[in-house]
Design a binder for this molecule. Structure first.
Ligand code: SAH
Length: 227
């Protein structure tokens, strides 16, 4: 099997692999199912203060990552066919569909923003695909990059113990997943729904589908109308 290669451009390389060094993703990394390398953007600064940011053109609060420094950092990553993502709240929201596409590829290059963001000319000039992990603002792209990687790595062949659990989750079939139960049979006076212990597989499937449809209708009706 080929190794899925992730390259992260960041001002905080010590944040990686973070939680991905634990549990299934950590074991998968040790096995060589995926690899991670980081590029310290600051290494490409040229002045003695190693400056990476500057004030926004047009005025306003905060700082902007300088295009010349970031472009050099990006260009230091060997040209290959891996998609180049930029973590950004303005990006297209990450979906399980995109996660699956990424997992089917050979890897990913991820740029983590900081400050107010990065100069638009690098986004355009280096063809960065802006990806958001949700409608809220983080202080930097690193937790977003870890989130993207987490969702991708668990889909790589051999990473999850049970091959089925990757394909029967929320979103995989356009629905939120049905509720789960396990022993004890009675917990705080509440029984496991009888159908789940009936042994009737057709009835169990029907129950699960009904629950999934109801939950999705209540919480995420948008999923039922999307393509
Ligand atoms: N001023 C920007 C937010 C900057 S937040 C704006 O309003 O759009 C600083 C960095 O955190 C961003 O460059 C991005 O890399 C990261 N970030 C913040 N929220 C994010 C989100 N929801 N998804 C992905 N990355 C995010």
């Amino acid at each position: 099997m080929t190794t899925f290669r992730a390259t992260i451009l960041t001002l905080y390389p010590e944040m990686f692999p973070g939680h991905l060094g634990f549990s299934l993703s950590g074991k998968a990394m040790e096995r060589g199912d995926w690899s991670l390398d980081t590029v310290q953007i600051r290494d490409f600064a040229e002045d003695k203060h190693r400056t990476v940011d500057d004030t926004p053109a047009g005025g306003g609060a905060g700082m902007v990552l300088k295009p010349d420094i970031l472009a050099k950092a990006i260009d230091s990553v060997a040209a290959d066919t891996r998609p180049r993502l930029l973590m950004s709240p303005r990006g297209r929201p990450l979906t399980q569909k995109r996660v699956r596409e990424l997992a089917d590829g050979e890897g990913v290059v991820i740029v983590c923003g900081r400050f107010e963001g990065i100069d638009q000319r690098v986004i355009d000039g280096r063809n960065l695909e802006e990806v958001s992990i949700g409608d809220y603002i983080l202080s930097g792209g690193e937790p977003a990059a870890l989130t993207v990687l987490d969702s991708v790595i668990r889909l790589l062949p051999g990473v999850m113990g049970n091959v089925h659990s990757g394909t029967n989750e929320s979103f995989e079939h356009g629905l939120l997943e049905h509720p789960h139960y396990t022993r004890p049979q009675v917990f705080e006076g509440e029984e496991i729904p009888a159908v789940l212990t009936s042994g009737n597989h057709a009835a169990i499937e029907k129950w699960r589908l009904e629950k999934a449809l109801r939950l999705t209708g209540e919480r995420r009706p948008d999923l039922l109308t999307d393509d």
